[in-house]
Design a protein around this ligand. Sequence first.
Ligand SMILES: [Zn+2]
Ligand SMILES: [Zn+2]
Length: 337
Amino acid sequence: MDDLKFGTRNKRGDWAPTARAEIAPFWAWPPQGLKVLKWLVGYVWPWNAFHMATALLYWYYIVPDVETMKTLSWGWALWLYAVNGAGIFVMYGAIEFFYYVKRRQGTRFKYNAKFPADTPSDVFWFKSQNIDNFLRTYLSGIPMWTLVEVLMLWAFANGYAPWVSWSDHPVYLAFLVFIAPAIHEVHFFFIHRAIHWPPLYKWVHSVHHNSINPSPWSSLSMHPVETFIYHAMAFWHLVIPSNPIIGLFQLHMAGYGAVNGHIGFDKLELTEDTTLDSHAYLHYLHHKYFEVNYGGDGLIPLDKWLGTWHDGSKEGQAQMEARFEQKVARMNARHNP
Ligand SMILES: [Zn+2]
Ligand SMILES: [Zn+2]
């Protein structure tokens, strides 16, 4: 597929989309009916539908029965770790294998023309972004995800959290499912903004930012503190009356969904003329410039409201540069009064 119909390529070979990123259209006034409808389809399909499908699969086939989950034990915790690890291996591993190892679409739709495997760096274990990120995923990312999962299920099983049943309140629970991506975005924005505070950045978040040119294995390559508070978004379902299936849905949006920002390609070519949108560009810009796009896709556009939105356009770039200049000026004024 010709990626230059959708974007431009610079001298270095980096590709960028022509269309600028937009916040969710329901924020627009006057209302844009058709645009909202089109957006709704993308909101559900395919990513959130996938996260719901895996949540149901877990609930009916993977998660132990409630009696077992009343007691914390290594047995079912390690079982869940193994399933999460295998799921991530298949999902992230497939994207890595076809698009980064086999390189089946070369650098078409690729934001950064370089592949991490071709650029060894001292910041990584064994000088390899892939090995480093892979190991951190299994040593920190998935253990913390599983820890949150176990604690959440244990709390539900023991009645420590209000468990609403589908037969009693189907409309309320359907509504919760519908807004779960918004909970994701708001939770992620605030914890992410907090760990960009310099002392926390140095201690915690710099691990994730070692990957300036992220690939699928970068997604959950984080400091344990970060992966814990990131997946802890599922704990909102212990606070608000909810259901463990929705808790799992929230968790899968974090765990499986982390790959979205780190695919590195704007579109994955599935066949000659079918592509899968990655929704990765905003977070790619975050890895490139650090202090923009702390949140997600602009569903709850906190970046836009707080002035850290970079939509990929020239204006977005200029706005960011002006902000950086102001920051430098403020810092200079503080140091040289
Ligand atoms: Zn990231
Ligand atoms: Zn960050």
